[in-house]
Design a binder for this molecule. Sequence first.
Ligand SMILES: Nc1nc2c(ncn2[C@@H]2O[C@H](COP(=O)(O)OP(=O)(O)OP(=O)(O)O)[C@@H](O)[C@H]2O)c(=O)[nH]1
Ligand SMILES: [Mg+2]
Length: 198
Amino acid sequence: MVVVKILSSEIVATAAGPSQFPRDGLPEIAFLGRSNVGKSSLLNRLVARQKLAHVSRTPGRTRLLHFYRVRRSRGALLLVDLPGYGYAKVPRREREQWQKLVEGYLEDRAVLRAAVLLQDARRTPGEDETLLVEWLHARNIPVLLALTKFDKLNASERARRPKALAAEFAVTSEQMVPTSARSGIGIAELWRLLDALL
Ligand SMILES: Nc1nc2c(ncn2[C@@H]2O[C@H](COP(=O)(O)OP(=O)(O)OP(=O)(O)O)[C@@H](O)[C@H]2O)c(=O)[nH]1
Ligand SMILES: [Mg+2]
């Protein structure tokens, strides 16, 4: 197995719109999912830093795109922490703004190599998730599903949930990885799947 080292990671942009997106041409991976699903935590774990991305105490606060540059022994890339959706208290007008910002980003970003959609391993996907996967497929954006908070499942759920969720999303096992930002389960596997798309 080839060991890929993380050499450095840093935030390079916090963007409220396209004019603030980085233009250095590095390949990019976007992290998408419901508020509180664990996007920032997973990102921190991927770069082996505890406090690069902000882990929120109050869900649904992030309204911006955060771009992190990661230098690895096999090259540099950007990881993008997208604002979470689906937070119940968010008024409709803000939801529409989220949609405009995130869909605008996903549709126009030439350097985008893949989207990682995060799904809480304990929960049933909602329309937000299934429609998003369809939307990404329709635009030929490769999608990986990261099941989050896998440490919270017991042994029998660990055996059952990935299969059930793969069926609900209609994806193969190569497109899905159980993860835990707490224990580190699935982090190496997620990098392996991402590298195949980079
Ligand atoms: N047990 C456990 N808790 C986790 C895991 N990942 C995230 N959490 C917790 O879930 C909460 C939300 O995590 P965040 O990483 O801030 O989630 P987010 O998707 O970035 O949330 P927004 O930025 O609000 O969209 C925090 O309390 C985390 O500590 C995990 O793998 N296991
Ligand atoms: Mg976050």
